[in-house]
Each structure stands twice: as structure tokens, then as C-alpha cells.
Design a protein around this ligand. Sequence first.
Ligand code: NAD
Ligand code: DAU
Length: 350
Amino acid sequence: MESLLVTGGCGFIGSNFIRFLFHEAGFRGRVVNLDKLTYAGNPENLADVARDFPDRYVFVRADICDRATVAAALARFAVDTICHFAAESHVDRSIVAPDAFIRTNVEGTFVLLEAARERASGLRRFHHVSTDEVYGSLGPEGFFTEESPYRPNSPYAASKAASDHLVRAYHRTYGLPVTVSNCSNNYGPFQFPEKLIPLMILHAAAGKPLPVYGRGLNVRDWLHVEDHCRAIWLILERGRTGEVYNVGGRCERTNLETVERICDLLDEMRPDGRLAPRRRLIRFVTDRPGHDLRYAIDCGKIERELGWAPRESFDSGLRKTIAWYLEHRAWVERVQSGEYRRWMERHYGV
Ligand code: NAD
Ligand code: DAU
């Protein structure tokens, strides 16, 4: 692996993955980060990498739907591996305005696969980063395995499911050397504060209402983003071509449990007599349409085949994440300007 194209590297998981490559993975090659810089993409997430590794880190601002530019980047940088993160990723936005999800997640993945097919002889791996949401919703029992049927329930999940099917088809039909990972909910530094954990941290820190959908009984399986990055790296290095790997945190919590824990940790880490106990800020609001009840991943396959297991406990990971958001006020303020403000006004009326 000498020249790795990362799509969507300025987003939450992509930027953590690129930092992981340079600092943890022992990767010695070049990273080409191709990102359109939508509202969720922020080059500041990788300012340290761009500064410290100018010879081995390249940023290309481009849309994955732009076939000529994607093909030119693959050729110019002699890309031998692709790791595909770029997507529209927020379920609530997909309910309000699905168009961009179909375009980027379905059409964009198709364009990338076509460009990869043209380069087939020079390509050792196309890794597609996907989600457990493609499997739909679980009841109180059971887990998603790699064999679970696809039953996506939101436009986001349906667009990711379509992209997974295209990736599979390009392997079966054209022999493209693909792998796919379907992962549960990530949390950690640099996550855009429209998602549950950073939203609740920032609202609870500021004494703002905490909007919990429905009764807060939906369950998510939380995975620290560094554990996800290590899983992807192992799949790229040693995963079997044509295989799917489920990645999860073995860490199920109801949303209410998660939000209450964030409140308690903030009361401890940022005591404020006027706000404590911050649990008082919780508000039950109108539920998300089609809201999946429970996600839970059986990650036995990647554990057995690649020796991966999550390392971060939810409590320590949550503490570190809260500390990160409290210490990076300038990043938060810049991210919260502009489009973020408009989304908050439209979606929550605040
Ligand atoms: P994100 O929204 O934080 O970042 C997405 C990135 O993709 C941004 O940098 C954005 O600018 C870029 N992008 C969007 N459209 C693009 C386009 N047309 N061309 C080029 N770049 C474009 O997303 P994330 O949370 O980091 O998720 C990354 C991937 O992981 C996604 O494919 C998502 O479906 C998947 N995933 C996320 C989670 C999670 O909990 N966040 C869990 C499982 C899987
Ligand atoms: O499971 C993996 C998926 O996890 C990824 O594929 C998605 O890209 C990622 O966004 C995430 O999807 P969710 O819909 O699970 O994440 P979100 O942070 O939006 O919501 C988590 C849970 O919290 C969900 O049950 C809805 C609830 N929620 C969310 C928000 C933003 C609230 O109760 N209130 C809120 O304000």
C-alpha cells in the first residue's frame, strides 16, 4: 500500500482515520484526501497532518460525482488503494432533503467504482465504509450479522444500502478487489455537532435544552472512532477480498441513558451550580419518523479473523470526548456558524 485515496477525509471519521494512518498505523505511503467540503467537511480537522506531513499528505477538493476529476486523481497520484468514507451521513437531514443522499451516496459511489474499474490492474483494494443501518431495526433481542437481510428504513440508510449493493456487484461482475465494513454509531473528537453525542455535550455545557426523540428508549451500539479506524486499517491490511465485516462496540445504551450519563459527567467535569443537575435540561420531543428502535452488532467475524476488539470503554471514551469538546471551543464556534445555525433553526426551532 503506497498511495491511498481517502474520500471524505475532512469529515468526522475520515479525519480521524487519516490522523490514525500517520500516527498509529505505521503507514509509510502517501494519503490523497479527496473531499468536496460540504457543510460536514472541515479542512481544519487535518491542519496538523497537513503541516507535519507535507510530502505525504495531499488534499484534492473535488466531488466524488465528478468522474473526470476522480479518474485524474487516481492516475496522477498512482493510487493503489481506495478507502471510501465520503457520504451524506445525517439521518434527520435525509428525511428533510433526500436528494443529496441519493446523489453522493449512490451516484458518487457508482462514479468511484467506475473510476476504480478503469484502473483495475493498479488497484489492490477498494474499501467501502458503510453502516449497520442498512440492516434496519432490531427488537429487544438479537444482533446484526454479516448475513442479516437488508431492510433500510430512512433515505440515508437506503442510499447506503444501494451503495453496498453496487460495491458487491462490482466485485462479483468485474472482480474489483473490494471489502465492505458495516459499523455501528461512532463517537469521539471532530464529530459534527448535529449528531447525538456532540449535540448533547455542547447543549448541556451551555445549559440549553436537550432534545431527546420520543421517550429516549431507542438503543444504539456505541463505538469510539479510534476503534473503528483500527478496524478499517486491519481490514485494509489483512481482510479477505470480497468480504463484509461488521464492526460494533458491544456497548448498547438507550439514548436516555447516554444523555443522562453526559449530564452527570458534565456536572462532575464542569461544575456549575446554576445548571446542576443537568438532567433537568432533558426535553422529550417529537420522534424521528421511521425511527429505528435498536441497533446491535455481532462483531464476532472481525474478532475471529483479524483479532480486532474494541479497546475503549464507553465511560472512558465519553469522558475523553467531553474533555475534547470543552477544550476545543474555537473549533466548535467555527463549526457552529453558518449552515449549522440554519439547520438548528429549521430542525429544532432554536
Ligand atoms: P461526515 O458527515 O462527518 O463526513 C462526510 C465527509 O464527506 C465530509 O468531509 C464531506 O465534505 C464529504 N463529502 C460529502 N459529500 C461529498 C461528495 N459528493 N464528494 C466528496 N466528498 C463529499 O460523515 P462521518 O460520520 O465521518 O461518516 C463517514 C462514513 O462512515 C460515511 O460513509 C458514513 O455513512 C459511515 N458511517 C458513519 C457512522 C457514524 O456513526 N458517524 C457509522 C457507520 C458508518
Ligand atoms: O448506526 C450508524 C449510524 O449512526 C451512521 O450510519 C450515521 O451516519 C450516524 O449519523 C448514526 O445515525 P443515528 O441516526 O443513529 O445517529 P444520531 O446521532 O443522529 O442519533 C442517535 C440516536 O439519538 C437516534 O436514536 C436518534 C436520537 N437523537 C438524535 C438527535 C440528533 C435524539 O434523541 N435527539 C437528537 O437531537
